[in-house]
Design a protein. Structure first.
Lengths: 375, 375
């Protein structure tokens, strides 16, 4: 692809993938061919390997077609036993989405709500679980993409385990970009997608679950398509998906996992994302933009900025001017604050952020703002 | 791609796509970018156009991420009203799958079963609907990929309409390859996939539904992910998917629809598939293979052959020998007959079938069979 056509997607996904990842989609493969079955096996094993999990150990990977939300729905629908009570911890839109999924599935669900600019508090979760000892499953988002805030997985896992409940983690936008210790965090299942920090194309999610959890979930799913137990059994028995898999998308993910290993694993990728974030935040602060989330809670995935208070600043022309220069930023999603977001994941390097910052500065000067912006 | 790497997928999908279709996946696009929103709009409109349906008319297209089965589940779960009774007509595995979907969703479902080698009989359906006047939705498979048999859509639509029930069609493997008259067939909704006769890559299904049906289905879905009403509203309001779409897969489908139009529309494609089928069936018959489905019921999508009765013939080495030569055929799925299948759809031309037939003849001679095979 000519350089000029490359768009920089400063978004939480779909995001930039490498040429090698996209080129791996140039081959048609039959879904029941041995060569494709091997690709599926590689994907399942390499997701465990990059996480330092033993493929013969406690956990296994169950991929699921569709968007990441589909895998979240599959996990909630498969792992919540009939008549079980589910608690969802909410500090943003993705927590609320899990509540909506559970309500659609007619599951007995409670939500514990926090401010969107505040991390979920383990002490409050522990207190809630004392009040409702019949809660058997607790679900949380790791990095709330609404703001980019990080929730304290290890402490939340500890209070959940202490209450004898299962711990489900939506790590959609963090998995692959932030190291997660499954054992320390007491994770029973974690859901993510090919199309975030693994830097592959969208169209596939996956669940990393304890094999014992999958075994116990036979017949529990509220859906044929989203039955993770049946999906797992199909893959174990024949190596094949039950229903047509997105073959090209899976070949891309196979390549993306190789690329991640070549980069030096999750630690190296995390360092690159942290570096992207440092450049972005210091540059934006210098221009006078204010981040919404305090620094200690900020993930290296996406950053949210207040809209400048100056009424002459409008998001749409700002977005469009940047988009015309192949720089795609992201609208805000925080309920009560006018904000916008800039993602720091994907196949993006330091120079992409320097280029973005220079362009933002140029836009502000062209449109007559004094820098730094007044807030 | 070097010619030698090209595999011929004589399967019901994933199947062969053109170089142009695959190359359209080489671009990363943001899912909320105006350019991508335009691609989604093109896909939705062009699906109607190739079907001779007016984009401003009765029907609309709702795409859904994942495999075709996901779209079937979405249609059943969205369009079956609470407490409504659903009848599914079954003459193969895909009809049975719809029954399983409805059972998982706790829907009041009946099935009317026919032999797998027999088309669904409209008279029997009419009689059943007289017995159960409270059935409000009838679902059938158009071309049962189990065998390749065609069901009589127009007559089934007529008896369903006469019973004042809604008519839902699973046209997964026929849409785009066989002309379907929505008005004559009295279709309320039809489900298909990008990855069959539209000759695009897997990862997206879609539902063509009456707008009035969608309007009446608000709040009915048993799932957040598979809520076709909400998916439709999202697309109408912002042009965007509610949840991350498989952007590359959608760009491929946009190109595949252009290609279909360039080929001369569904009629021209249907003619190519019929020609593929004629070459295949006459060649296989000449070698002594017997088709399972009588000729008048046989679709141009996939053909099922009896395994030769000679006990020396085994499917696995036959399959493997062909696969080593990049010719991928398909195992059988008929319950009570040992059979195998050869697909005639996808980016396959007459010469691919001549090449396949020569290879099969060569294999049979090499392994010591006298031709034609004795049956």
């Amino acid at each position: 692809m000519p350089k000029s056509e490359r768009k920089c997607l400063f978004t939480p996904g779909p995001l930039n993938t490498s040429d090698a990842v996209r080129q791996s989609m140039l081959l048609d493969k039959g879904s029941r061919e041995p060569a494709f079955i091997q690709s599926v096996k590689n994907v399942r094993q390499n997701i465990l390997k990059i996480t330092d999990l033993d493929p013969d150990g406690l956990y296994t990977v169950v991929p699921m077609q569709g968007s990441g939300t589909f895998s979240i729905e599959a996990a909630i629908g498969t792992f919540t036993a009939k008549n079980a009570k589910l608690l969802i911890l909410v500090n943003g839109a993705y927590g609320r989405r899990m509540v909506s999924i559970a309500e659609h599935l007619d599951i007995d669900v409670q939500s514990l709500e926090f401010e969107e600019t505040e991390a979920i508090c383990p002490l409050k979760v522990a207190a809630h679980l004392k009040l409702y000892p019949d809660i058997s499953l607790v679900a949380t988002v790791h990095c709330e993409t609404t703001t980019g805030i990080m929730n304290p997985l290890e402490k939340l896992g500890a209070v959940t385990a202490a209450a004898d409940a299962l711990f489900m983690v939506d790590a959609m936008s963090s998995f692959g970009g932030i190291k997660i210790d499954f054992s320390k965090c007491r994770i029973d299942c974690l859901v993510s997608s090919a199309n975030k920090c693994l830097e592959s194309v969208p169209g596939l999610g996956f669940v990393i679950a304890k094999k014992t959890l999958l075994q116990s979930a036979q017949g529990q799913a509220r859906s044929l398509s989203f039955d993770l137990h049946a999906q797992w059994q199909g893959l174990e028995n024949s190596g094949q998906f039950r229903f047509t898999p997105p073959t090209h998308v899976i070949l891309a993910l196979e390549k993306a996992l190789e690329t991640l290993t070549q980069e030096g694993g999750i630690e190296a990728r995390s360092e690159r994302y942290h570096n992207n974030r440092r450049i972005l935040l210091s540059g934006m602060t210098r221009l006078g933009f204010r981040p919404v989330i305090e620094d200690s809670l900020q993930s290296p995935v996406i950053a949210t900025f207040h809209q400048p208070e100056d009424p002459r600043f409008e998001f749409t022309p700002f977005y469009q001017w940047l988009a015309e220069r192949n720089l795609i930023i992201y609208p805000g999603k925080v309920s009560r604050i006018d904000s916008f977001r800039i993602g720091t994941i994907g196949d993006l390097q330091a120079q992409d952020f320097h280029h973005l910052l220079e362009s933002i500065e140029k836009y502000l000067k062209l449109t007559g703002f004094d820098l730094p912006l007044k807030n």
